[in-house]
Design a protein around this ligand. Structure first.
Ligand code: NAI
Length: 230
């Protein structure tokens, strides 16, 4: 069963809940009420109850949520249960960091191949993976890969995205600072650290004038954003 009607904002928070619940589980908690979860995660308790209710997790009055059940349920909703094979294209600074990062396994992600166009990188080992020639990208069709990560320069990203889709990839995490256009059935998420950083200074209080009206408006905006942040 898939949970198509869950709002994107809720889906964005679900991995945060999952990470928190796993930490609590490791600390020996069997159950958790939304208020304690809220304190632990820094997210409003009402928001947590609403998010979890989208897939029928109501919790028991006076007891809260069963930690183990909630972890299984969120994993299922996020479609993480069966694991995913992932391919990376672009083994430069960022791609190398991705390949040597140990934290993907806990969500069931397995990076099975990495590709680059630079002959000096092809054939070399990065982490556990031997870098392959991007000209052979279509070979991933045999590896049951459904997710791709793009870490190539912006000018190559659209082409690489299309190649990934042609090779059977259905979801792409793009780090290149460019808009990529793909068929609607392909899920594309672009992460641009510079863009995230670019909106941060707006929320900084201006020194020496915190009591004026426009700063008050900014403070409210900061709170609103904090509540939404994940
Ligand atoms: P880099 O120059 O170190 O690495 C790029 C790699 O892509 C190189 O190994 C190059 O040989 C390879 N490449 C170039 N064209 C290719 C193609 N057509 N097919 C396969 N491989 C190809 O660059 P870096 O710093 O790793 O950045 C990678 C991308 O990520 C860039 O688009 C950059 O702007 C972006 N970036 C994004 C960040 C973010 O927060 N989203 C942060 C840093 C970088």
């Amino acid at each position: 069963m898939r949970y198509r009607k869950i709002p994107d904002e809720t889906v964005r928070r679900l991995p945060v809940y999952l990470r928190g619940i796993r930490l609590l589980s490791n600390q020996g908690h069997d159950s958790i009420c939304s208020r304690s979860l809220a304190d632990f995660l820094g997210i409003n308790a009402w928001q947590i109850r609403k998010d979890l209710s989208y897939f029928g997790e109501m919790g028991k009055p006076g007891v809260g949520y069963c930690v183990e059940k909630l972890e299984r349920r969120i994993s299922k909703v996020l479609n993480l249960e069966s694991g995913h094979n992932v391919v990376l294209v672009g083994v430069g600074n960022l791609g190398s960091a991705v390949l040597t990062f140990a934290g993907f396994g806990q969500y069931g992600f397995n990076i099975v191949s990495a590709f680059d166009s630079d002959p000096k990188k092809i054939g070399r080992k990065k982490g556990l993976i031997i870098v392959e020639d991007v000209a052979k990208l279509a070979a991933i069709k045999k590896k049951n890969v459904d997710l791709g990560i793009i870490a190539v320069p912006a000018e190559s990203a659209q082409h690489i995205a299309e190649e990934l889709v042609a090779a059977g990839v259905r979801g792409i995490l793009n780090f290149a600072p460019v808009n990529i256009t793909l068929p609607r059935k392909i899920k594309l998420i672009t992460i641009d650290i510079a863009m995230e950083l670019a909106r941060l200074p707006y929320y900084l209080p201006s020194t020496g004038s915190r009591n004026n009206k426009s700063d008050g408006a900014k403070d409210s905006a900061v709170s609103a954003v904090s509540a939404r942040s994940i």
